[in-house]
Ligand binder design. Sequence first.
Ligand SMILES: C[S@@+](CC[C@H](N)C(=O)[O-])C[C@H]1O[C@@H](n2cnc3c(N)ncnc32)[C@H](O)[C@@H]1O
Length: 309
Amino acid sequence: MNYNHTSVLLKESIDGLNIKKDGIYVDATLGGGGHTCEILKRAIDGKVIGIDQDDYAIDRARERLKEFDNFTAVNSNFKNIDKVLNELNIDKIDGIIFDLGVSSFQLDIPERGFSYNNDMPLDMRMDKSQTTTARHIVNGYDEEELTRILKDYGEENWAARIAKFIVQEREIEFIETTGQLVSIIKKAIPKQVRQEGSHPAKRTFQAIRIEVNKELEILETTIKSAVDRLKHKGRICVITFHSLEDRIIKNTYVNLNKDCICPPEFPQCICDHRRKLKIITKKPIVASDEELNENRRARSAKLRIGERV
Ligand SMILES: C[S@@+](CC[C@H](N)C(=O)[O-])C[C@H]1O[C@@H](n2cnc3c(N)ncnc32)[C@H](O)[C@@H]1O
């Protein structure tokens, strides 16, 4: 089967990078290679480094982009951005893009265990070499921890009740599959209060996926490291897909845009923090009606662009 990923906010993000013909660019979330391909078409005398923690994405992107000899794919977590660039003997870069979250093919390959539409082993790892899977979290976290992640990462109003039902059910038998988890969630959320048009398991699956892949914990430090690597006037583009991610990006940009981040009650500055980033998008860019008609995944996408000062 041929799985494809339609790139989101493609033109807006690539335009946002202000690509120079001979620039060095990083796509920190290579995925299907859609954004990288557009960067390569513009940076014809430059270099593009694509990073992904999923080896399947790396293999596919290498195949798709084999005609470009100025492209390097690196199988790593983007939190290792400094190590990746050091190993390639690259000091400063002209731009970096993050298109966060999962790719369509991760969701569409049932065996990856990301989707609530199939009955498959609970997995959800982007990096298949890591040991923690969704199965460990669902069967191993205590009720309080489960409630916290469903609340914090899924913004699920029924977090406590879903966590309680998970703990009750797993005392009877181990929860091994996405299908088992979906039926527990359906039991926990009364039918009459379920949101129309939204699958009852959507928020829980999002929360567990974020926890499995530690998606939010590394964001702020990675964005800061990436900005430190930008040349003067180099650009950073970040596309997010839910409010938690977007809030982290927004706040990180705001802090990087400040000269001092001391608490207001401090009589004088002791932080030595210096402004590094100019915020180009005062409000995030969202998908056009045209894109929304063609790609449902673009509905929640937000693009924030910054420029190194
Ligand atoms: C939305 S897709 C990117 C799609 C790509 N921009 C395109 O147009 O084809 C996100 C990709 O980022 C990868 N990813 C997510 N978090 C990552 C991380 N912390 N480090 C490296 N790759 C990550 C995922 O494995 C996935 O392949």
